[in-house]
Design a protein around this ligand. Sequence first.
Ligand code: HEM
Length: 370
Amino acid sequence: MPGDVDRNAPTPDTATLLKRNPVQALTIAVVLAATAGAFAYVGGFVTPHRLGANHFVDAMQTAAGGPHAGFRRAHAKGICIAGSFVGAAPGRAISKAAVFGGAIVPVTGRFAEAAPDPFAKDSSEAVRSMALRLQPAGAPEWRMAINDTPGLHVSTPQAFYDNVVASTPDPATGKPDPAKMQAFLAQHPETVAFLARMKARKLASGFFDDTYNSVDGFLFVAPDGTKRLVRWSMEAEEPFATLTPAERDAKPANYMFDDLLARVRRGPVKWRLVATLAQPGDPNRAAEVWPADRPRVVMGELTIDHVESEATGNCQDVNFDPLALPPGIAPSDDPIPFARSAVYSVSFRRRSGEHKPPSAVANQSAGARS
Ligand code: HEM
């Protein structure tokens, strides 16, 4: 892993951060305060009977048949990664964030599968994710958690919660009640449209040839203060390949991770960070796809050259909070990231206080830096 990254570092408290990096500490404190305030508004913390972050995590745990102690309450099966990011000149014109400055920025992160079961077979998983922490020298960091899906299935925190509840197995049958899901879908045409997009897409053969999307809208703030609504993607530079369902079923239970380790042993893997710019009238709702002709700006290139299991890597004790944003990148009026930030914090607190059994992806399969 890059030398200035503390392996297995717990999230430091503000006092420690202030000693280490006052700029970063202040930014995180401001972000946390803004996040808490915003979610109080969005999620109803101000009125105790409305939906709050604990309700989300409780519901997600129930839907999953109970918590898997020590693991993330979603995206439970994962592996740590490290490498670097270099910003590109066009990116600097639309965001003043230090990460786009052009210097080599150390990166740590995590690939995962979205399900809450840390021991699920890879062939049963349809959503893969990339989480990153970009830490430019002497400047605030940027964290992101992005999925390989064409948008999100819902546009509001309430709809996300209602969908989790509708998917929860009935204790009598051990299966979700189809009537509840039908009722949810009848109220949410955006979820029906999302499911059709999911059915039409081809799954990438691995983490290394997959493209990951912010899905949520954020504001990029240019050096002159201009704010632009964007969604970004990490687009694989590796040629895309896919497997048939039968080929996937025939693969070993952890094939996505084994194949990633093998691929990185052969050499670094790269992604292009591309921002898509909204045009006036484009909906800032995570379930709504923007037209394909929107302007795209290449913001830089990500290189991943190290993969290591959660047991010894440095991603386990990290909360990839989507609102840990540096100056130059700001939340928009998309309500989902505010909810995510609060919910991830609850999931992080719960798992941090638990004993974690070994992950399915064991250390002995970990690849060495190439
Ligand atoms: C209201 C909507 C959402 C809720 C309630 C939710 C909930 C969660 C929870 C509880 C975790 C575990 C966090 C932890 O313990 O560190 C998580 C992880 C994650 N979520 Fe979400 N999520 C939401 C939407 C999204 C969206 C829109 C994306 C991306 C497009 C996303 C991507 C991820 C990723 C990549 C991780 C794993 C991060 C890691 O590897 O640590 N989520 N989510």
